[in-house]
Ligand binder design. Structure first.
Ligand code: ZN
Length: 613
């Protein structure tokens, strides 16, 4: 495709007619290139009619709404939602990159993949206004031989090209880029990068670069702030971008020449930006000032908090710094109450599972264990359970390390090993405070385990977590911590293992067949001559091209009934217990994951990542 494009672009072209990009037009491109067959083409045309009806309804409304609809109504999104499969049998991704390549061919213009890290933001800002860029889905990406190279989603929009040429007062050269690239640059990169570029220019202007360390040490945070509103803007953009991306953590990592900014989204880190070292120092100073850290202290780790506002609600950032070889690394955890405390029904339970868990948590006394590695969603499950139980008549007390989310209905204590407050000692104190329900952040030593059992025996409901891989081995773990089997069998209500799986983005979900090897990895066998079809995300703007949006829990729920109690009393190992539990209907984590896969909620890759092979 590349070769043919470069020869085509060298041919002088007649003026082109204006053309709108519609779903039907995109379907035609796919059809002509052999990616869809005649039957699929008919389906596309049907979607096109719906899309037009929607589009028309929107653009005839008031002006401000019309402007917004330019972004909302995307023929690319409408087509992606159809999950078309490649009729040529090559499983080609029918994403907006493929479509942009086909449009480029049709327009006899080169396709251009935008690399946001290579854009000259100052040039962009001086050459186009943000509203114009957004409205016409175009962005200047480079200056080549005195000509402005402009990335467009629709190279047939001659009206936009003409008015832009007039505005830019410069020769322009059109290249075609994907909608996600162009809109991504406009919405995400523009604000932040332009603030960073300006800040760099200001900082470079005033100081001797070779003496940078000295400079930052000498200047107080307040001075850097007041001297550079661009840094303040950059930090604001960064935080807003993190909230908009549903990030749970922001990592700012200094390297030799620059710093990398990464967001953790749905449990996975994504590189978002690279900023010049100079600007990073100023950003770090700004953040340290915001959480009242000692700005001159750069050799010792520090902790702090920032309260910010995110669409009307207060969001807390927990900030920590760590000196590394190339400077201070900053990690910010974003605490969003809506993410940490939810309704039990929003955690990913199936109906039967929710029923069992809801029964456990309404028992008057006993121990409920939630197990899994760090990041498996245990805390959210416990908070959500406690929230559903909270009422003025009962006393809920928690011991946590640290308190993750402050909630008015609970009495929360934090472990502070420096002054001798441990899980075990705090638990002893709490028992004198007349609690009904106790949440112990984690059982990791014998004393805590014993105190938890004691609390359950004296009529309290105790929630806690253990670091075990599955539900059954939590029993072995308690035995290893020195708890007598008969005490376990008489206090334990149930153990639940859990993991979080990324959900496929609804906007770009599509079918894909499993290869024979992949099916084999999951011990699945397709009927002869057939393939197992699962879903995956193609990647779109909404999901930042990851194909995933949000997470869901999977659970392995082990209720302690008489048959399990027997095995515990006889000190049988966890495999025996697991075997019996499965016989009694327990779904393993793997089975739960496969169910989510079969339902099209998650991908093959997630099943492998989360449940191992
Ligand atoms: Zn998507």
């Amino acid at each position: 495709m590349k070769a043919s494009m470069s020869t085509l672009t060298s041919v002088p072209l007649p003026p082109r007619a204006s053309k709108e990009i519609t779903v039907s037009y995109l379907g035609e491109l796919l059809f002509n290139a052999g990616f869809i067959d005649a039957k699929q083409k008919v389906e596309v045309d049907n979607v096109d009619r719906q899309w037009r009806a929607q589009h028309k309804g929107k653009t005839t409304s008031t002006r401000s709404e019309a402007t917004r609809s330019e972004e909302d109504v995307s023929p690319f999104k409408a087509l992606a939602a159809m999950n078309l499969t490649d009729a040529s049998g090559n499983s080609t991704r029918m994403d907006d990159f493929l479509l942009a390549r086909l449009i480029a061919e049709d327009a006899h213009q080169p396709f251009f993949k935008i690399d946001p890290l290579k854009l000259d933001v100052e040039m962009i800002e001086s050459k186009i206004s943000r509203p114009f860029a957004r409205k016409h889905k175009m962005i200047p990406v480079a200056i080549r031989d005195g000509k402005l190279v402009v990335s467009m989603v629709n190279p047939f929009d001659t009206q936009a090209i003409d008015s832009y040429r007039h505005m830019a007062k410069q020769d322009i050269e059109i290249v075609v880029s994907s909608e996600s690239d162009v809109m991504g640059v406009i919405t995400e990169q523009y604000g932040f990068r332009s603030a960073v570029t300006k800040a760099e220019r200001d900082l470079k202007g005033g100081i001797d670069l070779s003496n940078l360390e000295q400079y930052v040490k000498l200047k107080s945070g307040a001075e850097i702030e007041s001297s550079d509103s661009h840094i303040v803007n950059a930090v604001d953009y960064l935080l807003q971008h993190a909230y908009d991306s549903r990030a749970s953590d922001i990592h700012i990592e200094p390297k030799r020449e620059f710093a990398v900014i990464r967001f953790r989204i749905d449990g996975v880190l994504h590189e978002i930006q690279r900023v010049p070292k100079l600007v990073n120092l100023a950003i770090t100073s700004r953040l340290k000032t915001m959480c009242r850290m000692d700005i001159a202290e750069r050799r010792r780790p520090q902790d702090g908090r920032i309260k910010t506002e995110n669409s009307g609600k207060e969001t807390e950032l927990r900030v920590s710094t760590l000196p590394t070889a190339f400077g201070e690394k900053v990690v910010m955890r974003i605490f969003d109450p809506e993410i940490l405390i939810r309704d039990l029904s929003g955690l990913g339970f199936y109906d039967d599972e929710l029923k069992v868990f809801a029964d456990w948590i309404t028992r008057p006394h006993g121990i409920i264990l939630v197990t899994g590695p760090t990041g498996s969603g245990k805390t959210v499950t416990l908070y959500s359970a406690l929230k559903s139980l909270a009422s003025p008549e009962i006393n809920i007390t928690t011991i946590e390390d640290p308190v993750e989310m402050i909630w008015d209905d609970f009495n929360q204590t934090s472990v502070q090993s420096k002054i001798g407050i441990t899980f075990a000692s705090a638990l002893r104190t709490i028992l004198r405070q007349d609690p009904d329900i106790i949440m112990v952040g984690e059982i990791r030593d014998q004393e805590t385990a014993q105190n938890a059992v004691q609390a359950a025996l004296t009529g309290h409901l105790v929630f806690s977590t253990l670091h075990t891989n599955d539900a059954s081995s939590s029993i072995t773990r308690l035995v290893d911590l020195g708890i007598q089997p008969f005490l376990i069998s008489s206090t334990l209500i149930g153990a639940m293992a859990q993991r979080l799986m990324r959900k496929i983005c609804d906007d770009c979900k599509r079918n894909r067949p499993l290869t024979v090897e992949e099916a084999g990895m999951l011990s699945l066998q397709a009927p002869p001559g057939k393939r197992i079809i699962v879903k995956e995300g193609a990647g779109c703007i909404r999901c930042r091209n990851t194909g995933y949006f949000g997470r869901t829990g999977i659970f392995e729920i082990l209720p302690i009934d008489n048959s399990i109690r027997d095995l515990i009393d006889r000190s049988e190992d966890f495999l025996k217990i697991k075997e019996m539990a499965i016989k009694r209907g327990m779904r393993t984590l793997r089975q739960a994951a496969l169910r989510k896969l079969a339902e099209g909620n998650t991908t093959f890759e997630e099943v492998v990542r989360v449940t191992g092979i």
